[in-house]
Design a protein around this ligand. Structure first.
Ligand code: COA
Length: 320
């Protein structure tokens, strides 16, 4: 029903990232398509970012906060394991006593949260649901890690899901593969911090085996995208936009060509100036496409998220 976004003011160039790792602007552009990314300042929290994006989405949808029955925040970078960020987000938006919880499904979490929201509305549990994808990955990135420092970024995107006479969100196809739980993860657990009496333990920055993730994304996600298209009862030609998780421009290009998208389908390429914002990447890209007229309000978009877990989810939606 509405979409909102929050992007950091601070633009971090590839040159700045290369002050901490042995790399070049050219390599980063060629291998990822990223030219710059945004990092939030120290005083801006995941909750602050989510509140900004959520307020814009509610205003765009014309839904008063008091009519929100549930707030779902998709994130991996809220620095409290408990309580969830969502309760504060709901409170600061004036949606209390809405039910509120966080979803941890890495870069796939926004699509998981949209699936939950759609079923809550269909099932009559909630009339309106606010879904926020937010990550401040700069807090969980080791600036000297050559495999992640240039990828990760900060941002928030939000949508409002509510009742509709015609289906606005197609069936979600999703899943996970926990046998690969260790390929993208915090490098230390809280227990290691607890046990680190004498020895300093590394901050649990995110680490990944980039090639494994790349290969998995390229080979496993194209069939998932096709399943979501089939589940919605449409063909690729009916789509106006393809909005995949913004992990790497080469993954986006390969997925688009494997799904066989016709020329007229606009492809989200927000990663170029936004980087990989994990749970925020799909709604941020959606917001930009609508704001810049790359995709029409009311058009069909294929969303697909994939990442840590490994977790994945895809659905076709009507763009707000
Ligand atoms: C991380 C990623 C960009 C690395 O690209 P890649 O093409 O797989 O790079 P490789 O690790 O195979 O390394 C290729 C070469 O580049 C070099 N290299 C690796 N990182 C580099 C860097 N930051 N700068 C410059 N060179 C680098 C390697 O040393 C290697 O050199 P060699 O050929 O001389 O041995 C890519 O694997 C990726 O995007 N993976 C998906 C990650 C992702 O999306 N994760 C988020 C969760 S969805």
């Amino acid at each position: 029903m509405g979409v909102g976004a929050w992007r950091p003011e601070r633009v971090v160039t590839n040159e700045e990232v290369c002050q901490h790792i042995d790399s070049t602007d050219e390599w980063i552009r060629q291998r990822t398509g990223i030219e710059a990314r945004g990092w939030a300042d120290a005083g801006t929290s995941v909750v602050d970012m989510a509140v900004h994006a959520g307020a814009e989405a509610l205003a765009a949808a014309g839904v008063e906060p008091s009519r929100v029955g549930a707030v779902i925040v998709a994130t991996v970078s809220h620095p409290y394991q408990t309580p969830a960020a969502a309760t504060q987000v709901a409170d600061r938006l004036g949606a209390t006593p809405a039910a509120a919880w966080d979803v941890s499904a890495g870069c796939a979490a926004f699509c998981h949260a949209v699936a939950q929201a759609a079923d809550l509305v269909r099932g009559g549990t909630s009339e309106h649901v606010l879904v926020v994808g937010v990550d401040k990955l700069s807090d969980f990135t080791d600036l000297s890690d050559r495999s992640t420092a240039f990828l990760f970024a900060d941002g928030a995107g939000a949508v409002v899901v509510g009742p509709s006479d015609t289906p606005g969100i197609g069936p979600t196809v999703w899943g996970s593969d926990g046998s690969q739980w260790d390929v993208i993860r915090n490098r230390t657990s809280w227990l290691e911090h607890r046990d680190a009496v004498a020895e300093a333990v590394a901050w649990p920055a995110l680490q990944q085996e980039g090639q494994k993730v790349f290969r998995w994304a390229v080979f496993a996600m194209a069939p998932l995208a096709q399943q979501a298209i089939d589940a919605a009862g449409i063909t690729a030609g009916d789509l106006a936009a393809f909005i995949p998780h913004q992990a790497n421009m080469r993954i986006i290009d390969k997925l688009a060509s494997q799904v066989g998208l016709p020329e007229h389908v606009a492809i989200a390429r927000d990663i170029r100036t936004t980087g990989n914002t994990s749970a925020a990447s799909v709604p941020l890209a959606m917001h930009r496409m609508l704001a810049e007229g790359q995709a029409p309000s009311g058009g069909l978009a294929l969303l697909i998220g994939f990442g840590a877990g490994l977790s994945y989810a895809a659905q076709v939606v009507v763009l707000p």
